[in-house]
Structure formats: structure tokens, C-alpha cells
Design a protein around this ligand. Sequence first.
Ligand code: BEZ
Length: 212
Amino acid sequence: MSLHLGDQAPNFKAVTTAGEIDFHEWLGNSWGVLFSHPADYTPVCTTELGKTALLAEEFAKRNVKVLAVSVDGIAQHNGWIKDINETQHTTVNFPIIADENRVVAGLYDMIHPNASATFTVRSLFVIGPDKLVKLMITYPASTGRNFTEVLRVIDSLQLTAQYSVATPADWKHGEDVIVVPAVSTEDAIKKFPKGVKVVKPYLRYTPQPDAK
Ligand code: BEZ
């Protein structure tokens, strides 16, 4: 069964480099990023996990817990982590699931048989504190993900969960946002005291409500 935005993120128990976890319990009230990798000791994955570790403070600032998935075992993961730390000048500080039986890969549809029968593709899920799926992105094995983009989307998800706004193309934290169509301009003026700029009746901007 494939997952869709807004679905409950499937729960699972898994062995990880930080011990056994129950996914939903482990998430607690945090946001989560669950992301898969084709295999251990592969070059692009090494840079991705290194980059994620380097961004630890950025994820923590946003109350996001990160959990990686790879279909190799714990001994291999632990050896690979040493290489990641050495080559990417960081310390991997998030768990990696040893998904040897491909349980998590199956639940999250991370194996795309026409890409590879055995390896997971680069899937990434953002899960909200309500345990619902907020974002799904899938990259092929040959293309490393952009983790600055992942943080940017998390900023948008967290903002739009709180206010009746949406974020325009290429938006970054601190820039103007769009008033959602469901809010009339009259109500928008009351809701957004920083001001509403009406470009078209359906295209209305307001400064980011929670930006200083
Ligand atoms: C990598 O992570 O470097 C990789 C994995 C599978 C195919 C190509 C690249």
C-alpha cells in the first residue's frame, strides 16, 4: 500500500544504532524526518548522512528528530559511521535503522522495483507531531538530496500549521507569505496586523506572521 500526504505514518519497532525503538514513541512530540539510503559504504549516502549530521543544530532548533534507514546490519552501520565521521568531518548523532528484513522499506514503499529490486531509493518523509505524513520526496540513487531544501520545507510546514498562510515559490524563512484563498481579504486584514498586499484578489501577501 502506498502512502499519501495526510496519512498516519506507519509505526514500527526497529533495531537501530542507538538501540531498539518504537517509532511513534521515539518521536514523542517532535517532528520527524525518516529517510532511506540505497546501502552502506556508498559515496552519495556518505555525503548525505554527513550533511545531515552537520545540520544537527538546525534540526534541533526546529524540534525535528532525524532517523535514517538502510537495509544493512548494525555492524556494517557502525563501521560506516566511522567513515562518515572521518570523511565528512562530523559526528553522526542520529540513529540509523538496520532494516535487514526490509520491514520499514516495505511500510514506507522505499523499494521501487524498476529502479532496483533490492536497494531502497532515496525516500524522505517529514512527519508531524500528530504522526501524520507532511512531506514525501523521492530521489534516485544517483542524486544526493538537498538538506537545506529539507529545512526550508520544514520551516514552511511548521509555519503553515500555525497560520492561515502558504509559502510562495522559493520562499525562505523571513520572507513574505501568501494568505490562503479560504480567508477573505477583509478577514486577512484583521488576522495579519503587519499588513496585507493585494496583487490580485486571489494573490495576497503578508509579512511572515511570526518573524521578528
Ligand atoms: C551512492 O549512495 O553513492 C549510490 C548508491 C547506489 C547507486 C549510486 C550511488
